[in-house]
Design a protein around this ligand. Structure first.
Ligand SMILES: Cc1ncc(C[n+]2csc(CCOP(=O)(O)OP(=O)(O)O)c2C)c(N)n1
Ligand SMILES: [Mg+2]
Length: 597
């Protein structure tokens, strides 16, 4: 081990030699002090001269502790790791991105956090706005008039303060804005000369408690009463459990509400676990798109309660091909507050007969209170579904990988930080809110590795095994994020379902070729990641992780998985390269059609 590093409960920390006490205060010390007051545990960064002042303050003023730096190999990973961490803990991290170029590298991950409604404090820097202070060449290249313009369409707020006092206020405002629902990333750009300004005296650190986010709003009483009445009278109520919190109480309250109403519950693999999948009222299998039994349940509904369901309009449209079948819709969401004209991530405009502008948990609690006297109907019987097993000689497909996982791991032992687009809801059961964290928000391939490392950072020291199943394309685009996991000594288990292809897009090419009467055999061209096939396990080993495989059968995967579980429990980060047969579950390929309405 590096003698200047310490390993405790969290990530390995690089320990600086202590600085001699010195009364001189610098502009960036003010920013660093505020980051400590905000209780930010980690700052993700890739270095750059535009924030060399802040870098020095974090290392030499704060001693690389509270917050602690974690170095990444690409700025996209800085934001993705922060995003993944916050999905587990709810606590916000900071990512520092170098001038315009680092910000450009970080943009996709900022968009993902935005679309996933996850807060990240993105700090940036620019060369001196005061041209007289710019060094030749590089300071000019790395200065732009309005750097925030690069991300303004997909952050909740941005600022470029002109003094250390203004920087304090900007960061406090950014912090509160990001952490107020609907949550999202924010960007504060710190001029290099502000950071490197020598101050006559220290600035007092504000009392951050006075700038904390407000309490979340409660639904209007009239709306709760009306919704409760409709739900109580409904013959076929359906709950769409969408972007809900990771809280255990919230989970139990949703189960209680569904049972009280006898409502069928539909869940979505794009967001984290929201309802016990083996519960008699859960209507599955869930997927990234609506599966046929789920669409059928929705079609039969007379009242739909949407708990911040992602793409409510599109979902209803898929189920209600005939609009006359439309049920009453009770929509619970605060998402409209974020919508802007640049990004269509708001999706279609859903109808709402009652619209409660609050978070799902507040609406569920209020509905439960309003329905307190109601007698819950008997639960429908549910025959135990057979759990498929894998034979050792079986060639691997994504479903076989899942079967091998089920043979060695229980749902509550792992936190599934990521599942691939080829996954189907029937492959793994969810029993609690930490069983699965959902997708990346923005569907940006390459987000997987960084977000998975962020989840592993958050779970270090917990009883849950941090685990992810990701596609080879996603792995290869983000692979250097895993170096940070090795460097920070984070236990982590990743299975790459390696079909040697950007296979999702082979299906698109096949569909287009069919429509045009052209040869579908060519769908692989411009899609396959083969000849040579990258050695994914070697890429993990090259970065200091354990790399196992390639494995090609259920038996080989079972052996690799059992070794991997032992090694992850002993603190290592392990990647298994599992060569799988290309193939998607049917519901997935349904989402490929543009003309389906
Ligand atoms: C940044 C980015 N580039 C391209 C795409 C288009 N895209 C969607 S899925 C996909 C294939 C991903 O490959 P892999 O992770 O191996 O999963 P597979 O489809 O093979 O199951 C691609 C290229 C995207 N969503 N994001
Ligand atoms: Mg692939």
């Amino acid at each position: 081990m590096n003698p200047s590093a310490s390993e405790g409960a969290g990530a390995r920390r690089d320990v600086p030699v202590p600085s001699q006490p010195n009364p001189t205060v610098w502009g960036s010390d003010v920013v660093a002090d505020l980051m400590r007051a905000l209780d930010i545990p980690y700052v993700l960064l890739n270095p750059g001269a535009s924030f060399r002042g802040l870098h020095d303050s974090l290392v030499n003023h704060l001693g690389n502790q509270s917050p602690q730096m974690l170095i990444v190999l690409h700025e996209e990973h800085a934001v993705a790791i922060a995003h993944g961490y916050t999905k587990v803990t709810g606590q916000m991290l900071a990512a520092v991105l170098h001038s315009n170029v680092g910000l450009m590298h970080g943009t996709m991950a900022i968009f993902d956090a935005w679309a996933d409604r996850v807060p990240v404090l993105v700090l940036g820097a620019t060369g001196p706005v005061d041209a007289a202070k710019r060094r030749p060449w590089i300071d000019w290249l790395h200065t732009s008039q309005d750097q925030g313009a690069l991300v303004r369409h997909y952050v909740k707020w941005d600022a470029q303060p002109a003094s250390p006092a203004a920087a304090q206020e900007a960061i406090l405002r950014a912090w509160r804005t990001a952490d107020t629902a609907p949550k999202g990333p924010v960007y504060v750009c710190l001029d290099a000369s502000l950071q490197e300004m020598r101050l006559p005296a220290a600035l007092p650190v504000p009392d951050v408690q006075r700038y904390r986010p407000p309490r979340p709003p409660l639904p209007a009483t009239e709306d709760v009463q009306c919704a409760a009445q409709w739900l109580a009278q409904a013959k076929q109520p359906v709950i769409l459990a969408g972007r809900v919190s990771r809280s255990r109480e919230g989970w139990q309250a949703r189960v209680a509400l569904a049972e009280k109403l006898g409502a069928r519950v539909i869940t979505d693999l794009k967001v984290g676990a929201a309802f016990p999948t083996r519960h008699p009222l859960h209507t599955g299998p869930s997927g990234f798109f609506l599966t046929p039994p789920v669409a059928q349940a929705l079609r039969e509904a007379d009242v739909v309660l949407s708990l911040d369901w992602l793409d409510l309009a599109g979902t209803l449209k898929q189920a209600w091909v005939d609009q006359s079948a439309a049920a009453r819709v009770i929509s619970v969401s605060m998402d409209h507050q974020l919508h802007n004209g640049w990004s269509m991530d708001h999706q279609g405009l859903p109808p709402a007969d009652v619209f409660m502008a609050c978070e799902p948990e507040a609406a569920v609690d209020a509905l439960l209170a309003a329905l307190a006297d109601r007698q819950a109907p008997a639960l429908p019987p549910r025959a135990p579904e057979p759990v498929p097993q894998a034979e050792p000689g079986d060639e691997l497909a994504v479903a076989t990988v899942a079967a091998v996982m089920r043979s060695q791991l229980r749902a509550d032992e792992v936190c599934l930080l990521r599942l691939p687009l080829s996954w189907g809801g029937e492959m793994w059961d969810f029993e609690g809110p930490m069983d699965f964290l959902g997708y990346d928000g923005g569907a940006g391939i390459g987000s997987g590795p960084g977000m998975v490392v962020g989840g592993a950072l958050a779970l270090k020291g917990s009883a849950r095994l941090p685990m992810a199943v990701i596609g080879d394309g996603d792995y290869l685009m983000g692979v250097t994020a895993f170096w940070t996991a090795a460097h920070a000594r984070l236990p982590l288990l990743v299975i790459v379902v390696n079909n040697r292809s950007f296979f999702n897009d082979e299906l698109h090419q096949e569909r287009v070729a069919r429509e045009r009467g052209r040869p579908v055999e060519n769908r692989w061209i411009g899609q396959r990641i083969d000849d040579p096939a990258p050695d994914l396990a070697a890429m993990a080993r090259a970065q200091g992780l354990v790399g196992l495989g390639p494995v090609r059968t259920a038996g080989e995967l079972a052996a690799a998985l059992s070794e991997a579980i032992a090694r992850v429990r002993a603190g290592e980060a392990v990647v298994i390269d599992a060569h799988v047969r290309p193939g998607y579950v049917p519901a997935m390929s349904q989402g490929m059609t543009r003309s389906q309405g």
